[in-house]
Design a protein around this ligand. Structure first.
Ligand code: PMP
Length: 417
């Protein structure tokens, strides 16, 4: 007998478990459309050129794994302090907030944003959840139905109550805007409303600019706090500004808001775990207080964040030449995904004799497509066709090549029947 007998085997993660099943499949036709990671047309992982250049710069400068702190008031005393401060790399925090809001945004100029470096998008969300749990006891987080699978885990583990608002309408494979507005209205005053800044995961369906304004209206009416999850800035449309438009329009109203950021997709820094948590306040004083509490929450969880990814981002976003090169590479990645989306749509239309309207695929944006396949049909995709995907019918177009579109179209049409 062991004292661990009471610990049952945990189920595999519904998203990350897909890759494990994929690895075990020996069929040559197999296709991994489960995890949302960018692949080249040859279906290989891709390290951005600007990331390599930033890393070369770091090598040339002979940067060590510690951090130099300059204390200006003590005769410019330089000290090696081993670790980053709890809030992360200052140069990173500066550029990441500027990238999100725009450098000349009044919220930046007036120092109303509390920014701390986080352990990518997930860790930033988790830190914010801890802040909600501590300072807004009982407040509920409203999340879209459906949403990225990890959102529920994050709020559950932080002991933050959540409920869902309607988002996806299976009849139109589009947005249930009326339902969304009604549910946000019906929530208790002062709730947090989790919104995907762009390229909604898993549906690929975003509100229009006019719909965003109406969403902001009800949130203000109900005194809710918007909480944006921005995991795809620049990666969805190819434009950093267009993908941040929703967040910026809320900020322009003078609203207090939360924004979690991730560099996993747009800079391809997945395993570096680099992102940030931003809280927009109504004064610099409030921002300083919020930041101090975010640091206090982070300290016993992980002490301080890792430096490598933060330096890469600071070098790329903070350097005008690399920044422009990054934008070009992002357009390339977003463009490849759009081409694959178009080819998949064309293949489905050409092969499907049932008269089904596939145009919903072209209306979705970002790396995912929500196919409308149910769980049994998604299982058929995997078991019969060796196409690995999540059971909610989501496929990652970033893991698809033009060459495989026809095969995938055959699999989808067959699995629908
Ligand atoms: N939010 C959403 C909506 C996502 O799709 C993802 C990535 N799958 C994340 C957050 C977090 O990813 P990461 O922790 O790698 O930044």
């Amino acid at each position: 007998a062991s004292r661990f007998d009471g610990i049952a085997m945990a189920p595999p993660d519904p998203i990350l478990g897909v890759s494990e099943a994929f690895k075990a499949d020996t069929n040559a036709l197999k296709l991994n459309l489960g995890v949302g990671a960018y692949r080249t047309e040859e279906l290989q992982p891709y390290v951005l050129d600007v990331v390599k250049k930033a890393e070369n710069l770091m090598l040339e400068r002979g940067e060590n794994k510690e951090v130099i702190h300059v204390f200006e008031r003590v005769d410019d005393l330089k000290l090696f302090l081993n670790y980053l401060p709890i809030e992360g790399l200052a140069a990173f925090n500066k550029v990441t907030a500027e990238l999100l809001f725009g450098a000349d945004n009044p919220v930046i100029k007036e120092q109303k944003v509390a920014t701390v470096q986080g352990l990518s998008g997930t860790g930033s969300l988790r830190l914010a959840a801890a802040l909600i749990e501590r300072y807004f006891p009982g407040a509920k987080v409203l999340i879209s139905s459906p949403t990225w699978g990890n959102h529920k885990n994050i709020f559950n583990d932080a002991r933050v109550p959540w409920s869902e608002y309607r988002y996806y309408d299976p009849k139109t494979v589009g947005l249930d805007f009326e339902g969304m507005i009604a549910d946000i209205k019906a929530a208790p005053e002062g709730s947090f409303v989790l919104l995907h800044g762009c390229a909604h995961n898993p549906t690929g369906i975003d509100p229009t600019p006019e719909q965003w304004e109406k969403i902001a209206d009800v949130i203000q009416e109900k005194n809710h706090i918007p909480f944006f999850d921005v995991a795809y800035q620049g990666f969805a449309s190819g434009s950093l500004d267009a993908d941040a438009a929703s967040v910026r329009s809320f900020a322009a109203r003078g609203m207090e808001l939360f924004v979690a950021q991730s560099y996993s997709k747009n800079l391809g820094l997945y395993a570096e775990r680099i992102g940030a948590m931003n809280v927009v306040c109504t004064s610099a004083d409030a921002a300083a207080r919020v930041k101090s509490q975010l640091k206090r929450l982070a300290r016993p969880m992980y002490s301080n964040p890792p430096i490598h990814g933060a330096r890469i981002v600071a070098n790329v976003v903070g350097d005008p030449v690399l920044f422009n090169e990054w934008k070009a590479e992002m357009e390339l990645m977003a463009g490849r995904i759009k081409n694959v989306r178009q080819k998949l749509y064309d293949s489905l239309c050409a092969k499907d004799k049932s008269g089904k309207d596939w145009s919903f695929i072209l209306k979705q944006i970002g790396m995912f497509s929500f196919t409308g396949l149910n769980e049994a049909q998604s299982d058929k995709m995997t078991n019969k066709w060796h196409v690995y995907m999540t059971k909610d019918g989501r496929i990652s177009l970033a893991g698809l090549s033009l060459a495989k579109c026809e095969y995938l179209a055959d699999a989808i049409i067959d699995s629908f029947h």
